[in-house]
Design a protein around this ligand. Structure first.
Ligand SMILES: Nc1ncnc2c1ncn2[C@@H]1O[C@H](COP(=O)(O)OP(=O)(O)OP(=O)(O)O)[C@@H](O)[C@H]1O
Ligand SMILES: [Mg+2]
Length: 455
């Protein structure tokens, strides 16, 4: 199989120099995307895992150094080359400290640039064999086993450090698989309750009729089947932490009883009237919007405020895509321990682009599956990813066209589809052939050839 062309982001505010360089790089087989400002480059880097960054250092606004720093922070494997002005070696050294691989000084011969590129790509290949660097990078981005390097996660780590020390009630909200339980455990393990128990109860997993006894315990004969007496989760969690998962599913009657424990710190076992006092920190979690349930009258407002003393909101994974590479790496190590498996840039692009409705859990499952399919290979490719992450085939006419009874003129049909897509790409880009070629994942030269042929 042919190697896919490397994707290169070219940043320079001098339009003429930029387009000439881009054009020549395309001739050498690079897929080039151009940016005329640092701001634009940062935007593009957010959307796409480029293999290579070539940036002018001196840019108005966000400068090249900043672009390199962000690019390398996000994609440790990216190759970054900076273009410096004449006699500004100090700036080049600075950029290399930020993670750039090399530099070329202006004015440069095109061959100098390609030479530096080749060298850097070769170096990267060698470096990716060095697992050490990667594992080091990961260390910096975690709190009690919760991984994340995105801005919202770093802010969360800071918040967790503070709240872990208190005993206040916490309400964690977030979509399924965002890590609500991991966060609850991390809080417990970083609190001075860590020597005591972390007791978890999923309120939706237990039939309503048994939930009360589960929470508060019961005495013998309290209900049919209550042969002995038993302590409930509140008692088990004494001096420790009680994690009430999916608290939104609790009946209104039981909400009332929970409210009472939170207010008075005491309760009775079911069927008993002896009051039991406990010291328990409660962490509740929900993936439904409790505030809306309050408005609808299905969740008690007073309980909501009792639980929501410290709200922690876990953003969905699609809103913190920066975390995807770190998490993917972590799950690779989990499912292929001791083996240095890498994710190809194409596969990484698919991971970065996907919407992840099942969040971190879904990513974890996808990596587990890829490791199984990869069967000992050193690289995860996009074909190892689940179908929903495969590059869209919706453009393939075969997905839509029925084979007519009388048959079809295949070459004629394909040519018509091609003509139509080329025409639409040019329309959308206002006739700009570079961008039209990008849209169609073609080299510009290939597009030009097609245009000649199509007429
Ligand atoms: N930031 C993270 N770092 C490492 N692993 C994570 C992170 N977030 C989630 N996970 C992993 O993802 C999986 C799902 O996490 P968790 O069970 O905490 O999600 P949840 O929000 O409780 O989901 P649900 O609402 O479906 O119960 C777990 O295997 C967990 O270890
Ligand atoms: Mg959970």
């Amino acid at each position: 199989m042919a190697r896919p062309s490397p994707h290169l982001l070219l940043v320079d505010d001098e339009g003429a120099l930029r387009s000439v360089t881009a054009e020549r790089l395309k001739e050498r087989g690079f897929e080039v995307v151009e940016a005329d400002t640092g701001e634009r480059a940062l935007e593009l880097l957010e959307q796409f895992a480029f293999d290579i960054l070539v940036t002018d250092l001196r840019l108005p606004g966000v400068d090249g150094r900043e672009v390199v720093k962000t690019a390398v922070g996000r994609y440790p494997a990216i190759v970054a080359i900076v273009i410096t002005g004449y006699g500004t070696v100090k700036d080049a050294v600075d950029a290399i400290k930020q993670g750039a691989s090399d530099f070329v000084a202006k004015p440069f011969q095109f061959d100098e640039l390609t030479h530096v590129l080749q060298k850097a790509l070769e170096q990267r290949r060698l470096a990716s064999e060095n697992a050490y660097l990667r594992s080091q990078l990961e260390e910096r981005y975690q709190f009690g086993g919760i991984l994340g390097r995105s801005q919202p996660m770093r802010a969360l780590f800071q918040l967790l450090e503070t709240v872990a020390r208190s005993s206040s009630t916490i309400l964690i909200t977030g979509e399924t698989g965002t890590g609500k339980e991991v966060v609850a455990r991390a809080i417990h393990l970083n609190s001075d309750r860590r020597a005591q128990r972390f007791v978890a109860l999923n309120c939706s997993a237990i039939p309503e009729t048994l939930l009360e006894a589960e929470l508060f315990g019961h005495v013998r004969g309290a209900f049919t089947g209550a042969v002995g007496s038993r302590e409930g989760r509140f008692e088990q969690a004494h001096k420790g932490t009680l994690f009430l998962d999916e608290v939104g599913t609790m009946s209104v009657a039981l909400q009332m009883k929970l409210l009472r424990v939170l207010q008075e710190r005491n309760f009775e076992r079911v069927g008993d009237n002896q009051s039991i006092k406990v010291d328990v920190r409660v962490i509740a979690a929900t993936n439904s919007a409790l505030s809306r349930m309050v408005a609808e009258g299905t969740f008690r407002e007073d309980l909501y405020y009792r639980l929501n003393v410290i709200p922690i909101e876990l953003p969905p994974l699609r809103d913190r895509r920066d975390d995807i590479p770190v998490l993917a790496k972590h799950f690779l190590e989990k499912f292929a321990p001791g083996v240095d498996v890498q994710v190809s840039q194409t596969a990484m692009r698919a991971l970065m682009a996907y919407a992840w409705p099942g969040n971190v859990r879904q990513l974890e499952n996808a990596i587990e599956r890829a490791v199984a399919l990869g069967a000992g290979r050193r690289q995860i490719d996009s074909s190892d990813l689940p179908p929903e992450l495969q590059p869209s085939v919706s453009a393939a006419p075969s997905a839509f066209v029925d084979l007519p009874e009388e048959g079809i003129d295949l070459p004629g049909y394909l040519a018509a589809v091609e003509r139509d897509l080329v025409r639409r790409a040019l329309e959308r880009t206002g006739g700009n052939r570079n961008r039209a070629a990008d849209l169609l994942r073609l080299k510009r030269t290939t597009l030009v050839e097609k245009l000649k042929r199509i007429g």
